[in-house]
Design a protein around this ligand. Structure first.
Ligand SMILES: Nc1ncnc2c1ncn2[C@@H]1O[C@H](COP(=O)(O)OP(=O)(O)OP(=O)(O)O)[C@@H](O)[C@H]1O
Ligand SMILES: [Mg+2]
Length: 497
């Protein structure tokens, strides 16, 4: 039987935003369909409707010709839909096999759980995908990448014919992405329908067959991957030609004196890390996930203990006992994980942006509300944050717009920052805004800041930074200029000692 999924006239409004309007398109079995669009375009909302988490105001979903009514996630699962979100949904205290068979564990004739059958059935699925995971392992102990694979196996066990992924590669290293893509190819060969959301265009070209482009909640275009190119995609998403991002960057070429010196730094994770950063310089930290780049940032920021060596900032040795002191000294860290370390999700955009500078925007005893609102408006304009108001709760923003709020916080004009550390600042950000973030990084350097730019996307870290430090296993394996760096050479340094 022909397998297909159809969205017909889907509409969904949230207070102040029409998240989706009249979305109609179709996706066939044996194909991977990309959902592409700028931050806030409505991709995640559409997947939430598909998974039964959210109900549409209008329109519906048709699977294999049959109209569906999902009132809850359970209905969608029953209809053969699994949606894999970026936030993991496994039960951490349960084993891999219990998670995969949650709610449907095989029973013995006595009515108890048949552990042996459970273990064997799980092992069969693991073997089918050739993964190094044990059925008895606790899900919470697995790396993010393996947890994601357990979710895929769970979808497979349920025999879901529609499997959707929302930015699945964001937390993954290159080797893990290769495994994920193998799994996706396998699902496709079996005739399943795969939906794939990602901002990384290179992945769209590697793994998808068709592309549906959304813009401002509307359906814009349906394309065949093999018959389109990056320029056409960007134009469809952004509505304008953004040209050659890197060639158009206005860079700073005036370097100042040394701002930061890291000398033979040792922490629990780092070994003998040394480099220097000048005022006006953009220093890239490249490497695979887990190479130790975030640990360097944390040590400078006073979040991790320094066990050996020295960090000198403006000529003086520093060893902050807490991040508050680092911020006071003029160091800002824009952390990688927007959920855990960056944002207070239940607070407004305004509160999140002004959090570190509240002491500086007082009028006598009280907060200067006008100044606070001004800072928030400034960030919304600068980063094109898509929101009806500065008072919107951050939890209700799309993923990419949450990321922009963090950038807005650390770069607002009341900050007295001299060193800006950006850890994966473009994670989950759309192509149009990415180009703006790159230009801002160069502008910060132009204003005399030192900038440390951490990124797992080789292309951007190599093309935006003036100099690139490559790390692997807690050590520095390379220190090259932008002119010297190629993707191949940096990757080789990142992968071999
Ligand atoms: N629970 C919610 N409450 C209010 N507004 C919401 C909610 N969820 C999403 N929105 C709004 O709906 C719009 C679409 O958001 P959605 O998360 O679908 O975007 P997206 O395409 O996934 O973007 P991104 O690439 O940034 O993840 C946004 O304007 C967002 O602020
Ligand atoms: Mg999203």
């Amino acid at each position: 039987m022909e397998q297909y999924l159809e969205f017909t006239g889907i509409g969904k409004a949230y207070p102040g935003v029409q998240a989706l309007r009249d979305i109609s398109f179709r996706c066939d079995g044996g194909e991977v369909l990309a959902l592409l669009g700028e931050n806030g375009a409505g991709k995640s909302t559409l997947l939430k409707i598909l998974s039964g988490d959210t109900r549409p105001d209008e329109g519906g979903i048709i699977i294999d010709g049959r109209p569906q009514q999902f009132s809850a996630p359970y209905d969608a699962i029953k209809a053969g839909v699994s949606v894999i979100y970026q936030e993991r949904q496994l039960v951490p205290a349960m084993s891999v096999m219990e998670n995969i068979f949650l709610g449907e564990q095989p029973k013995t004739s006595l009515g108890t759980i048949d552990k042996k059958a459970l273990r064997q059935s799980t092992q069969d699925i693991i073997d089918k995908f050739g993964l190094p995971i044990r059925p008895d392992e606790l899900a919470g102990r697995l790396s993010v990448a393996y947890q994601q694979m357990v979710e895929i196996m769970k979808a497979y066990r349920r025999n879901s014919k529609i499997i959707a992924f929302d930015e699945p590669t964001a937390p993954l290293a290159d080797a893990e992405i290769a495994i994920l893509f193998d799994l996706i190819r396998r699902l496709k060969e079996e005739g399943r329908i795969v939906l794939y959301v990602s901002h990384r265009l290179s992945e769209i070209f590697r793994i998808t067959d068709k592309i549906a482009v959304l813009k401002d909640g509307r359906f814009v275009k349906y394309l065949t991957t093999s018959r389109t190119n990056e320029q056409e995609l960007i134009q469809a998403m952004v509505g304008r030609d953004i040209g050659d991002t890197y060639a158009n960057l206005r860079r700073n070429d005036k370097l100042g004196d040394v701002l930061l010196e890291v000398c033979n730094l040792e922490t629990e994770y780092l070994r003998d890390v040394s480099f220097t950063l000048r005022r006006g310089e953009v220093l890239g930290l490249a490497g695979l996930v887990g190479a130790g780049r975030t640990e360097v940032a944390r040590a400078i920021f006073g979040a991790d203990a320094i066990l050996g060596g020295e960090i000198r900032f403006e000529g003086e040795a520093i060893d902050f006992s807490e991040p508050k002191d680092a911020i006071e000294a003029g160091i800002a860290l824009c952390p990688e994980d927007r959920k855990d370390q960056g944002l207070v999700l239940w607070r407004s955009i305004r509160e999140n942006i002004t959090m570190p500078v509240l002491g500086r925007i007082r009028k006598g005893l009280f907060l200067d509300r006008a100044a606070e609102e001004h800072l928030a408006e400034e960030a919304i304009a600068k980063y094109a944050i898509r929101t009806p108001s500065i008072n919107k709760i951050v939890r209700e923003l799309s993923g990419g717009n949450q990321q922009k709020v963090i950038l807005g916080r650390w770069t607002n004009s009341k900050m007295t920052t001299k060193l800006l550390i950006l850890d994966e600042p473009t994670k989950g950000i759309d192509v149009g805004t990415k180009a703006e973030v790159y230009q801002m990084i160069c502008d910060f350097a132009g204003e005399g800041f030192g900038v440390i730019f951490i990124s797992s996307e080789l292309t951007e870290v190599i093309n935006v930074s003036d100099r690139i430090i490559v790390m692997r296993n807690g050590r520095v394996t390379g220190d090259v200029t932008r002119r010297e760096a190629t993707e191949e050479s940096v990757l080789a340094l990142a992968m071999t000692d």
